[in-house]
Design a protein around this ligand. Structure first.
Ligand code: COA
Ligand code: AMP
Length: 632
C-alpha cells in the first residue's frame, strides 16, 4: 500500500484522530472540546470549543516562537509597474499589527465585516491579515468586477468599512477602482461608513470628505495590536462566488479548520516546507489567492510571491520563468489558461533557456480542467511533476490531487489523480446511487466534509442546504460531473449547472443572461460557454429581439456587450452577442443550451426527443455559422 493510500484510508476510517493529529501543527490558545461537532447535521463544525488566531499562526508564531523573523515572508514582484519589494516575517508582522491597531482605532472589531477591493500589491495581504488579527471578517472582491457586482456583495456582507486601492493596473491601461467603489456604494442599500483608500501613483483617487480615509493616515494612527483569540469556528472570511443565478454565494471559511487543512496540504500535497518559496500566480480576489498566496504559505513559514503581471506581455512569455528564477521558486501554482497563453507565444519554450530553474520542483494547476496537451507541453519543457488538482471556492483546498509529500503517484494527463484525505468522493446517478468505475455521473462528497470546506453560506443556512445538499441527501454536490476509473483516478469532465470557466475564472451564464434580458430590445436570450483555445471557454449570448425593433442589429449587440462589461465587469470576457430568430426549446419550454453549445463547438449532437420544433435547431446552426461558429 502506498503512503498516499495508507494516509487516505486512515483519514476516512478515523477522521477525528486524523485531523486532531494534523491540528497539533498549529498554535491553539485553547484546544478544542470536540474534534468534529456533528450535533446539528447537516451543519458540521470542526474543532468546536477551540480558540485560535490565524494571523498569529501566519506571522507572530514564526517570529516569536520559531526564530524565523528574518526569513522572507513576502516578495512583491510587479513587472507592470517596474517595482518590487520584500518583507521579512518580522517586518510583515509589524506592519500588519500596526495596521490592525489603525483599524481598531477606527472602531473596527471582532465580527465586523470589511470589504477589500484591491489590486495585487502587498497592502492587500496586509489588509486581510490585519482583519484576521482582530477577528474582523474580510471579504475580498476581485478587481475585474464592475460596480453592480461590488454592490451586491456590499449588500450581502454589510461591511462596516471598505479597504480599496485607488486603481489597478492592467497592461496598457489604468483601471480606476475608486470611481467603481463610489458607484457601488451609491447603488447599494447598505452603506459602509468608512473607506480606507490606498493611493497609487499610477491613478490617485479623489476622496469623499467624512467617509474616505487615506491608508497612510490609518497607519500613522496605528499601534501594535495583539492578536485577538477567536473561536475555532468563527468566520475568517466570506468569499463570493458565482452561483446559478446573478446573485453570488457568500462562501464562509472558519479559522481553525481552514488552518489545519491548509497547513496539512503545504507539507503533503505541495511538499513545500518552511523557508522555501511558494508562488501561486493567481489573484487574491479568488480562492486560490486566499488559500495559496496568503494563508497557506505563511502558515507554513514559506516565502510567498505577490506577482502583479500577466503570463505574457509583461514583458513577454518568459515572465513566469523569470520570476521562478529570480526568487528561487520551488513550487508554483497557476491555471492551465496561463500556460496556454505562454505556449501560444513561445511554442518551443525558447525563453526558458534564459533562466536558471534548477530550484524549481513542481507545477500545480487548477481553476479548470488541465487539458492533456498543455500538461504534456509543460512537462516536456519544465521536466518537473505537472499536477492537475481539482477544487472549488467552496472547498478552499483541493478535493483531488497528487500528494507529492506522500510520494508522487504516476501522473495521468487529463486526470486530477486521487481524492485528498477526508474527501469521501463518489460518483452518483440521479437516484443518489453510486456508479461503478468508469461511469460518468455527479461527483459528490459524502458528508461531513473535511476541515477547510465551507460550513455554510453567509447568513444563509437555507441556501447552503438547497444549493449543495438537497439533490443528493447525505452528500455535498460539487456541481461537477466526471468518473473515477478502475484505479481510483478521478476524471473531472464538465459542470452539471450553468457555471462556465473563463480563463480559470468562474462565471454564471445565468448571471450574464439576467443582464442581457434587461436590454430593452431583447425578448429572450441564452448564454453558453463555447470552447476557446486560450481561455478554455468564453461566453456568447444569443438574443431574440422583441417584435418591431428597428435599431440596427450591430448597435444592439454592441450595447449588449457593453452592458455585460458595465454590470459584471471585464472579467466576463463577454465579446460576442448574436441575434437569432428563435431559441430551440423542449416542449416544456427548457432552452436547449447544451445542444446549441455542441453546435457552436462543432461537436456531434442528437436532436432531443422532447424538442418542441426540430427546425429551430437548423435555424440556430445557420445563425451561429453566420457569426463564425464553429470556429475554424
Ligand atoms: N482589474 C481590472 N480588470 C481586470 C483585472 C483586474 N484585476 N483582471 C483582468 N481584468 C480585465 C482584463 O484587462 C481584460 O480586459 P479587456 O477585456 O479590456 O482586455 C479582461 O478583464 C479579461 O481579463 P483576462 O481573463 O485576464 O484575459 P486577458 O485576455 O487579459 O488575459 C490570460 C488572458 C490567459 C493571460 C489571463 O486570463 C490569465 O493570466 N489567466 C490566468 C487566470 C488565473 O490565474 N486564474 C486564477 C485561477 S487559479
Ligand atoms: P472556483 O470556485 O472558481 O475555484 O471554480 C471551481 C470550478 O472550477 C470547479 O467546480 C470545476 O468546475 C472547475 N475546476 C477547478 N479546478 C479544476 C480541475 N483541476 N479540473 C477540472 N475542473 C476544475
Amino acid at each position: 500500500m502506498s503512503r498516499y493510500e495508507e494516509t487516505y484510508l486512515n483519514s476516512i476510517k478515523n477522521p477525528e484522530e486524523f485531523w486532531a493529529d494534523a491540528a497539533e501543527d498549529i498554535f491553539w490558545y485553547k484546544k478544542w472540546d470536540t474534534v468534529l461537532d456533528n450535533s446539528n447535521p447537516p451543519f458540521y463544525r470542526w474543532f468546536a470549543g477551540g480558540q485560535v488566531n490565524t494571523c498569529y499562526n501566519a506571522l507572530d508564531r514564526h517570529v516569536d516562537v520559531h526564530g524565523a523573523g528574518e526569513n522572507l515572508a513576502l516578495i512583491y514582484d510587479s513587472p507592470i509597474t517596474g517595482t518590487s519589494s520584500k518583507y521579512t516575517y518580522s517586518e510583515l508582522r509589524d506592519v500588519v499589527s500596526n495596521f490592525a491597531g489603525g483599524l481598531t482605532n477606527m472602531g473596527i472589531k471582532k465580527g465586523d465585516r470589511v470589504l477589500i477591493y484591491m489590486p495585487m500589491i502587498p497592502e492587500t495581504l496586509i489588509a486581510m491579515l490585519a482583519c484576521c488579527r482582530i477577528g474582523a471578517i474580510h471579504s475580498v472582491v476581485f478587481g475585474g468586477f464592475a460596480a453592480p457586482e461590488l454592490a451586491t456583495r456590499i449588500d450581502d456582507a454589510e461591511p462596516i468599512a471598505v479597504i480599496a486601492g485607488s486603481c489597478g493596473i492592467e497592461p496598457g491601461r489604468v483601471v480606476p477602482y475608486k470611481p467603481l467603489l463610489d458607484q457601488a456604494i451609491a447603488i447599494s442599500k447598505h452603506k459602509p461608513t468608512q473607506c480606507i483608500i490606498f493611493q497609487r501613483n499610477a491613478g490617485p483617487a479623489s476622496m469623499i470628505a467624512g467617509r474616505d480615509i487615506d491608508w497612510m493616515d490609518v497607519m500613522s494612527k496605528g499601534y501594535p495590536q495583539e492578536c485577538v483569540p477567536l473561536s475555532a469556528t468563527d468566520p475568517l472570511y466570506i468569499l463570493y462566488t458565482s452561483g446559478t443565478t446573478g446573485v453570488p454565494k457568500g462562501i464562509v471559511r472558519d479559522n481553525a479548520g481552514h488552518m489545519v487543512a491548509l497547513k496539512w496540504s503545504m507539507t503533503n500535497t505541495y511538499d513545500t516546507h518552511p523557508g522555501e518559496v511558494y508562488w501561486a500566480a493567481s489573484d487574491v480576489g479568488w480562492v486560490v489567492g486566499h488559500s495559496y498566496i496568503v494563508y497557506a504559505p505563511l502558515l507554513q513559514g514559506c516565502t510567498t510571491v505577490i506577482y502583479e503581471g500577466k503570463p505574457v506581455g509583461t514583458p513577454d512569455a518568459g515572465a513566469f520563468w523569470r520570476v521562478i528564477s529570480d526568487h528561487n521558486v520551488k513550487t508554483m501554482f497557476t491555471a492551465p489558461t496561463a500556460l496556454r497563453a505562454i505556449k501560444r507565444e513561445d511554442p518551443n519554450a525558447k525563453l526558458l533557456e534564459r533562466y536558471d530553474l534548477s530550484q524549481f520542483k513542481s507545477l500545480f494547476l487548477a481553476g479548470e480542467r488541465a487539458d492533456p496537451d498543455t500538461m504534456e507541453w509543460a512537462h516536456q519543457h519544465l521536466n518537473v511533476p505537472i499536477v492537475d488538482h481539482w477544487w472549488q471556492t467552496e472547498t478552499g483546498w483541493s478535493i483531488t490531487g497528487n500528494f507529492l509529500g506522500l510520494g508522487a503517484l504516476p501522473i495521468r494527463f487529463g486526470s486530477s489523480t486521487k481524492p485528498a484525505p477526508g474527501f469521501k468522493l463518489e460518483v452518483l446517478d440521479e437516484n443518489t446511487s453510486p456508479l461503478p468505475p468508469g461511469e460518468i455521473g455527479a461527483l459528490s462528497i459524502k458528508l461531513p466534509m473535511p476541515p477547510g470546506c465551507l460550513p455554510t453560506l453567509w447568513k444563509n443556512d437555507e441556501g447552503y442546504v438547497s444549493s449543495y445538499l438537497k439533490e443528493f441527501p447525505g452528500y455535498y454536490q460539487t456541481g461537477d460531473a466526471g468518473y473515477i476509473d478502475e484505479d481510483g483516478y478521478v476524471w473531472v469532465m464538465t459542470r452539471t449547472d450553468d457555471i462556465i470557466n473563463v480563463a480559470g475564472h468562474r462565471l454564471s451564464t445565468g448571471g450574464i443572461e439576467e443582464v442581457l434580458a434587461s436590454h430593452s430590445a431583447v425578448a429572450e436570450c441564452a448564454v453558453m460557454g463555447v470552447a476557446d483555445p486560450l481561455k478554455g471557454q468564453i461566453p456568447i449570448g444569443l438574443l431574440v429581439l422583441k417584435a418591431g425593433i428597428n435599431k440596427p442589429d450591430g448597435e444592439i449587440t454592441a450595447e449588449a456587450v457593453q452592458m455585460v462589461r458595465g454590470s459584471i465587469g471585464p472579467v466576463a470576457s463577454f465579446k460576442t452577442a448574436v441575434i437569432v430568430k428563435r431559441l430551440p426549446k423542449t416542449r416544456s419550454g427548457k432552452i436547449l443550451r447544451g445542444t446549441m453549445r455542441n453546435i457552436a463547438d462543432g461537436q456531434p449532437y442528437e436532436i432531443p426527443a422532447t424538442i418542441d420544433e426540430p427546425a429551430s435547431l437548423e435555424e440556430i446552426a445557420q445563425d451561429l455559422r453566420s457569426a463564425g461558429y464553429p470556429a475554424k
